[in-house]
Design a protein around this ligand. Structure first.
Ligand SMILES: [Zn+2]
Length: 303
């Protein structure tokens, strides 16, 4: 099997775009996650908890007002342009690897931009719903743990701002940490600092995964555009590139090295199919176009 030649740089460039886009998205995600509770909301939560209604307390957070629109705007505003940049990069790299000279007709960038923006909008809508669900579960967990620890509605409402935005697992970790501090005779106020750290971890994880989604979607849009423009053969193969290490999961391990025609799906050992990386949050896999090495003639000339 011929090894892919000259294409590694293409995926490095794409990953590089994701890395550059990450800090901006992380900041906006953090702002959105932290902008959830104001004084009115805290009062509503206190009232609901006073009435023993945990679900009403969770519902008091106005997910549809500031939070979801902020997060949606962050995703579309950051990920759309990022996907478009990746699309342009993918086209330029593919043309270089296939030794095709690009002209305006072969590089209709407005179409790549359109595809990238449409992708970002659809993606943002789905992810914001998912992140909202995880965040709600985190809030419910925080309140339930507080109630179990005998906290008053007043105290819960007062401290909620520190914890809201965490996932269920993170909220549980904060509760365990707080209990340990108390058991060790230490000031439980340290738990707030821990919660803040975990919130940053969550924003970082979201930003890392979403920027990877964006560049891979953008790359796909670029390749599709090149196929539409007629210079990238529809049967051109792409290979799943897995960065193997100690932490490589079974799914990515089984995907690594697979080749499918551009636009086709890769199949993991567990039966799951993937159009492109990432296969999971924080997946570092990539795709590359399979370009055969230039054949040498007997005279040693490139054919
Ligand atoms: Zn992976």
């Amino acid at each position: 099997m011929a090894a892919p030649v000259g294409t590694q740089a293409a995926w490095v460039l794409i990953h590089d775009l994701a890395a550059k886009g990450k800090p901006g998205l992380r900041r906006k995600v953090l702002e959105a996650l932290a902008s959830t509770v104001d004084a009115g909301v805290a009062a509503e939560i206190r009232t609901a908890l006073g009435a023993g209604n945990l679900e009403a307390a969770v519902r008091a957070i106005p997910w549809g007002r500031g939070w979801a629109p902020d997060l949606t705007a962050a995703f579309t505003g950051e990920l759309g342009p990022l996907a478009a940049r990746a699309g342009r990069q993918a086209i330029v790299s593919a043309a270089r690897d296939l030794r095709i000279a690009l002209d305006a007709e072969r590089l209709p960038l407005s179409l790549v931009n359109e595809r990238a923006v449409a992708w970002a909008e659809g993606h943002a809508a789905a992810r914001v719903v998912e992140i909202g669900r995880e965040t709600r579960a985190g809030l419910r967990r925080f309140l339930a743990d507080g109630i179990a620890d005998g906290w008053s509605p007043m105290k819960l409402a007062r401290t909620i701002r520190e914890t809201v935005g965490l996932t269920e697992a993170q909220a549980g970790a904060v509760a365990r940490f707080r209990r340990k501090l108390i058991a060790d005779g230490l000031n439980p106020v340290g738990a707030a600092k821990y919660a803040d750290k975990l919130l940053r971890v969550r924003a970082e994880n979201i930003a890392r995964t979403e920027t990877q989604e964006a560049v891979n979607a953008g790359e796909a849009a670029g390749w599709e555009q090149a196929v539409t423009a007629g210079w990238l053969p529809p049967g051109q193969e792409a290979e799943w590139l897995t960065n193997r290490g100690d932490r490589t999961c079974d799914v990515c391990e089984s995907l690594g090295g697979q080749r499918v025609a551009v636009g086709g799906s890769f199949q993991a050992s567990n039966g799951e199919t993937f159009e492109r990386p990432p296969a999971h949050p924080s997946c570092r896999c990539a795709r590359i176009l399979v370009v055969e090495p230039v054949k040498k003639t007997a005279a040693g000339q490139a054919a």
